[in-house]
Design a protein around this ligand. Structure first.
Ligand code: ZN
Ligand code: ZN
Length: 329
């Protein structure tokens, strides 16, 4: 048997039979165990991909169904062949997604507050953190297992983090774990404040948006994590704030608006379409200011390019630093 012999018709017939017999009946007839990772999807229904392919052989002229033991191709090969035939194949997660920086900040904060010791899964604080992490929109539901950030997993992470301290034996040395831990050791108060802000932002309900997809302008390494970063950008895009700053700037600059770093003027360059366009940048990251009020003196007007360059990498540049960088000192 060759996987390349398979046809769309044979696979569809096998799927029809699956529908008819039900999953248990189908799997037991063809002697397959339930699939763990790869599923063919037809009309929104998921089918165990390997069993379907094994059965599909029986629908090819002059061929017999193939049993699990006689299968030469791995799950991945089977998925590739099905996709080539035009079928949708879903890969179920086999493990929970890696911890994001925001999650590690919260876990590390707990470890720090616990005298740099791990916490037990029965600890109330572990239960609270577990509930909070399950609520964060950092990982899409389809990537999570039932055990996602449960008490046991959270307690385990506190143990991992605590074990990374100098003089202890690292149990699991994740690169990001170590980075976040070192951020905490270098600036314990700052990081504790960042953790507070993340909790506050989540409690305010302002993180209901999906954060699992990174924005182009996001800096993955931002020490404050994605939640506060996204919150920072949301604040900068606030219409009222933008208008307030533009009006103030115009009053002081002969009714003009332009980039305060490179002097780019959208209205001058693009004509009517660009008139009054400018981006507002908050010089103080939300994680540092810890306040939601916007003082005009903390705001600066930037063109889209300069704004992007400031946010491109952590730590964010100050406008003066960008000015120096482009020689417009
Ligand atoms: Zn500029
Ligand atoms: Zn900005």
């Amino acid at each position: 048997m060759k996987l390349s012999d398979l046809t769309v018709e044979a696979v569809n017939l096998a799927l029809d039979e699956f529908d008819l017999r039900g999953r248990d009946g189908f799997l037991s007839k063809y002697h397959y165990g339930p699939a763990r990772a790869y599923f063919v999807v037809r009309n929104g229904t998921r089918y165990d991909s390997k069993a379907v392919v094994g059965a599909a052989y029986g629908y090819l002229p002059g061929q017999d169904a193939v049993r699990s033991n006689d299968f030469s191709g791995g799950d991945k090969t089977v998925a590739t062949v099905l996709r080539k035939l035009g079928f949708e194949v879903q890969v179920a997660p086999t493990q929970n997604p890696d911890w994001a920086r925001d999650e590690l900040i919260l876990a590390c904060d707990l470890v720090a507050k616990n005298g740099w010791r791990e916490l037990r899964s029965t600890d109330d604080r572990v239960g609270e953190l577990s509930a909070l992490l399950q609520q964060l929109p950092l990982h899409p539901p389809a990537t999570r297992l039932d055990t996602f950030r449960n008490r046991k997993g959270v307690a385990r992470k506190t143990l991992d983090l605590a074990s990374l301290l100098p003089g202890r034996t690292a149990i699991h040395s994740g690169k990001l774990d170590l980075l976040v831990l070192n951020d905490f050791r270098a600036a314990p108060e700052d990081m504790a404040r960042v953790a507070d802000q993340i909790r506050q932002t989540v409690a305010d309900g302002s993180t209901s948006v999906d954060l699992s997809v990174a924005f182009e302008d996001e800096d993955e390494g931002a020490s404050e994590g994605r939640i506060l970063q996204r919150q920072h950008f949301a604040r900068e895009r606030d219409r009222k704030l933008r208008q307030r700053k533009i009006n103030d700037f115009k009053a002081k600059h002969d009714n003009q608006v332009y980039c305060e770093v490179c002097l780019f003027d959208f209205g001058y360059f693009y004509g009517a379409r660009g008139r009054d366009y400018i981006e507002v940048h908050h010089v103080v990251p939300l994680s540092q200011s810890g306040e939601t009020t916007n003082r005009l003196k903390d705001l600066v007007l930037l063109c889209a390019n300069c704004h992007r360059m400031i946010h491109r990498r952590s730590p964010w540049l100050k406008p003066d630093e960008l000015r120096a960088l482009i020689g417009n000192v």
